[in-house]
Write a protein that binds this ligand. Structure first.
Ligand code: KG4
Ligand code: ZN
Length: 394
């Protein structure tokens, strides 16, 4: 089947088209197109994501991104006859009312697109910024009505987990990756840090989470302290890699010895802040040393908690790592190392770097799993779902 997916939970506007076949145990995926537009440079001015600005940008960009995604998949056609169904027009127009002044423009543009050869539409409904989520949801609902396609609401974090099923991330190439259960997923992004136990398909138990800041957020805040732009993760890891010599700075490894699987990163950021405040001069070399020690502290904590989670669940066959922070090379390498040395029977699945940060392909993969689940249970697709900013995995 063919799935068109929409992702607008944060500061990326993304649409993908995915061909999916097979069962949950043995699926096959071909990405037909994947378009991601990042608003990061815009939010950089405010050193973080501004919800209403994100919403405005999603509204502006969804139609052009849809057209690009359809074009790249070879599915774009202009409608030959005008859509004269006024009842449908009114219904869709009402649906798009919440999209401010862009509603009527949305409607006119999408009315001109011929219904593409797709089977269903998957859209992120949480967690994330509610104004941003609504933009994608209303757009999906409007397209669903216009093209007469069912909608599948998707949890963004489930998308991050299942993103590992397309490890190559290449367009037009069929990939088959098996995910053996039970699995543990470590999700590390700008908004989340959690360890999730997956015993059965689409059943999740959060076994550890951050008590304050997410890992990505800590990277972003430390980057800001060091005078670097948002998003700071890539800048910190680049700086850290440039450090050479003997390190004199030490930062704490928060909660590394706690009994549970929880995390805390706010204190680590504060340590960096106090350290920098006391300096008479923040030289380039010191910046590199701070970045290096901060990154090591994060790696130590993530590794220690992941090891603990695997020790507590010895039957786990797969370790999944998802979320934007896995773009970090040190964290990636350290995870590979613990699997190779301590948990040789466990398979490590990490998404392709393009699928690690927010994208819509992962939403389509999750859409396929949800579709199979609905089919097996004879359930009808949902219609009246809402944006859910604090949606949890369960
Ligand atoms: O998953 P994602 O794209 O968006 C959220 O759902 O949050 O993750 C973005 C986060 C940002 O905080 C960014 O600084 C971080 O991932 N990040 C990194 C690296 N690349 C991106 N953190 C550390 N090292 C990196 N190389
Ligand atoms: Zn994300």
């Amino acid at each position: 089947m063919r799935i068109l997916s929409i992702e607008t939970s944060c500061d990326e506007t993304a649409i993908s088209i995915l061909e999916a076949t097979g069962t949950q145990k043995s699926p096959a995926f071909t990405i037909l197109s994947s378009v991601v537009h990042t608003q990061a440079p815009l939010h950089a001015e405010w050193q973080g994501v501004v919800p209403n600005l994100a919403k405005r940008e999603h509204s502006r960009n969804l139609v052009p991104i849809l057209i690009q995604a359809l074009r790249e998949a070879g599915l774009f056609k202009i409608r030959e006859e005008k859509n004269e169904n006024n009842k449908l027009r009114t219904k869709i127009s009402k649906m798009l009312e919440r999209e401010n002044e862009l509603g009527p423009l949305f409607l006119e543009s999408i009315l001109n697109i011929a219904a593409p050869n797709i089977d269903t539409i998957a859209v992120t409904y949480g967690p994330g910024l509610e104004p941003a989520l609504w933009t994608g949801i209303n757009f999906a609902k409007a397209l669903g009505l216009l093209w007469n396609k069912p909608i599948i609401p998707i949890n963004h974090m489930e998308g991050h987990i299942l993103s590992v099923l397309v490890p190559e991330g290449k367009i037009g190439v069929k990939t088959k990756t098996k995910l053996a259960l039970p699995a543990i997923a470590l999700l590390i992004s700008g908004g989340h840090t959690e360890l999730v136990l997956i015993k059965d398909w689409l059943k999740y138990k959060v076994i550890g989470h951050t008590r304050d800041d997410a890992v990505g957020e800590a990277f972003d805040k430390v980057a800001r302290i060091l005078g670097m732009p948002y998003p700071g993760g890539p800048h910190i890891s680049k700086l850290a890699a440039e450090f050479s010599g003997t390190k004199k700075i030490t930062f704490p490894r928060p909660m590394i010895h706690s009994e549970d699987l929880d995390f805390s990163f706010s204190g680590l950021k504060t340590s960096v802040l106090y350290f920098v405040k006391k300096l008479s001069e923040l030289t380039d070399n010191l910046k590199k040393e701070i970045a290096h020690e901060f990154e090591e502290s994060v790696v130590d904590v993530l590794i220690s908690k992941t090891k603990k989670a695997l020790d507590l669940n010895p039957d786990v066959k797969t370790l999944i790592i998802g979320g934007g922070v896995i773009a970090n090379k040190k964290i990636r390498a350290a995870m590979h190392e613990i699997i190779a040395t301590n948990f040789r029977k466990t398979k490590l699945l990490v998404p392709h770097s393009e699928l690690a940060t927010d994208n819509a392909t992962m939403i389509a993969i999750a859409g396929y799993f949800r579709f199979l689940d609905q089919k097996s249970k004879n359930k009808k697709p949902s219609k009246n779902f809402k944006a859910s900013g604090n949606l949890v995995l369960k």
